[in-house]
Write a new protein. Structure first.
Length: 253
């Protein structure tokens, strides 16, 4: 059940950080669905009072970061085995939408949720794609589009996950990419910086980058600037293989 996060400390946090830094083990064989695992993401999209796009993506980023740093994914935790198996595969994420009774039912599944400016999203314990909890599996994958909003410049103190606005990704696709980006962001943080970020409550902003800004970001990524990480998409949906979809930047670096 989605419960208040119990963020890892000490040896448990050491493991969480090291596992993120190690990245995907790539053990998935796409031709064998038994090896394919995914983290379910659920976007709360009520029929009325729909959330703005940016806060919803920020809620996704926060939820993914929280789950990956929760003590329950560390060795000995209740979520360790499915989480470790997912990390050993390709760390896929599948976004679905829910409202009303569907959303309330989703909140009964193991995971964490995050709220940002009234927008809410959940990240759930990963597992085989063919064994998704029915309360999540019955949710619709499509229909997650929201109009672009204008959130203004991000705060200068928090990490930012920048989206390539030129790709025109749906909210569901962007949610998965933002989730990947925040994992790389946490992995790249030196441990003292990670401790600081956790103490601050894992704040993270999400913004779409205009073409000129995206060009600068890709240059910084290519140059290996500290605190800059990027997601290269496999191209299964919406974008061409090899596309850099998001670039995460930690201004503290």
């Amino acid at each position: 059940m989605t419960t208040p996060a119990t963020l890892a400390t000490g040896a448990a946090l050491d493991w969480c950080h090291a596992r993120l830094a190690a990245g995907s083990a790539g053990a998935e064989d796409p031709s064998d669905r038994a090896t394919v695992r995914a983290m379910p993401l659920v976007l709360h999209l009520p029929k009325a009072d729909r959330p703005a796009r940016t806060p919803l993506l920020e809620a996704v980023a926060g939820a993914v970061a929280t789950l990956c740093l929760d003590e329950r994914v560390a060795p000995g935790g209740d979520w360790h085995e499915p989480y470790a198996d997912w990390m050993d595969a390709r760390m896929r994420k599948i976004a679905r939408r829910a409202r009303g009774a569907q959303w309330r039912a989703a909140l009964e599944v193991d995971g964490v949720s995050r709220q940002v400016d009234g927008a809410v999203a959940g990240a759930f314990v990963p597992g085989p794609v063919d064994e998704v909890d029915p309360r999540l599996g019955r949710l619709q994958i499509g229909g997650t589009d929201l109009e672009r909003d204008e959130p203004g410049p991000p705060p200068t103190s928090a990490p930012v996950v920048w989206i390539d606005g030129g790709l025109g990704m749906s909210v569901g696709k962007a949610a998965a990419q933002v989730g990947h980006g925040v994992m790389l962001l946490a992995a790249a943080m030196p441990r003292p910086r990670l401790d600081e970020w956790i103490a601050q409550g894992l704040p993270v902003s999400v913004r779409e980058a205009a073409p000129e800004h995206w060009c600068r970001l890709t240059g910084e990524l290519a140059a290996g600037r500290p605190g800059v990480t990027g997601v290269v998409d496999a191209g299964y949906t919406e974008v061409a293989p090899g596309s850099v979809t998001v670039i995460a930047v930690d201004p503290a670096r």
